[in-house]
Design a protein around this ligand. Sequence first.
Ligand code: GTP
Ligand code: MG
Length: 369
Amino acid sequence: MYDLTVIIPTFKEEANIRNIITEVDAVFQKNALNGEILVVDDNSPDNTIAIVNELKKTMKNLNLLVRTSDHGLSQSVADGFLHACSDVFVVIDADMSHPPSLIPKMFEEIRAGSEVVIGSRYMEGGGIKKWPLKRRIISLGATFLGRLLVPDITDPVSGFFAVRQSVVAEAHLKPRGYKILLEVLGKGTWENDKEIPFEFSDREIGTSKLKIKTIIEYAQQVLDITLYSFTHHQSAAWREWKKIFKFGIVGLTGIVVNVAILNLLLLAGVRYEIALVFAIVVAIFNNFLWNDLWTFKDHARKSISSIWKRLQLFYVVSAGGALINYGVAVILVYVVTMDGNLANLCGILLGFIWNFVVNRRVTWPRTRG
Ligand SMILES: Nc1nc2c(ncn2[C@@H]2O[C@H](COP(=O)(O)OP(=O)(O)OP(=O)(O)O)[C@@H](O)[C@H]2O)c(=O)[nH]1
Ligand SMILES: [Mg+2]
């Protein structure tokens, strides 16, 4: 048994493989880590396998898994999880895009209690060197989509991460394409994560395998994780659904409060325009309180410590939601000539999505670390 296993997925990496193995092993030695290196290769037609076999003669902690079916990066990593001889896995690319020097820090964080540790390109201190605009845009799109499932993670599609075996032990991973981390985060069982910034450097040698098919597979994967969460309630994606559901219920109580206040004030003889303003302001206050005490109770009060600040943010975001509701309904009625009630429902839905997504990130972000 080792303390950790560094999994290196490879396909046609003869130009890089010796280098990455040597570097990872040097990091092990320097930090007195009892680590295994597991190369998972998809039966590369070049010299990758031969080079690993040659290195294996002198390195006891180097293992090789050659796969001959179900070709794919994510599938290879998932296979690596099954074949690793330790309880902590670190996944790293072979092409030197990820700095092996961060491995000890990741391992330390795992030992300190994190279940997933992610090398993030998108948090403060992280970055990407030498990427063409097209790749940056694709990556940002993928990150945005992934963050709908796990909003607290800045880089849910990073290829550089550490994870405890227990996180994936019960998960039915069905990874396709490139984004194994999102599969792990979406389907795995975990509570504590940690992100560490790093600068991604583009490969200098060897060929890239990113294709259009990759993007389609990714969209399918996001959908698959969403469906999975409906039947697997320990998953992180389900935690997010629960919040959306609670936020929705709170929204409904807001309607009740709104209607009640409006009618009370009208009964008391207050003019309609004035009564309506009160009704809206109090309803938003009602929603704030319930969301603060219930929907986001596990992460409220932590990152933005002042309740007044959270209340102000909530009012501002809600005003945005109301504007979206209004704008969408008006456009649908006047431009698309949609039925008024249907148009309003569409507006309410979009306003709701805005309110949830923005409040989730701005008013009640979760603290970490
Ligand atoms: N086992 C296996 N490994 C793969 C496969 N595709 C890519 N890899 C490995 O996964 C890692 C990341 O692949 P890259 O091709 O570098 O992907 P990328 O970083 O998104 O793109 P570039 O660096 O621009 O090529 C590398 O170590 C590859 O050798 C595959 O189908 N099977
Ligand atoms: Mg690469």
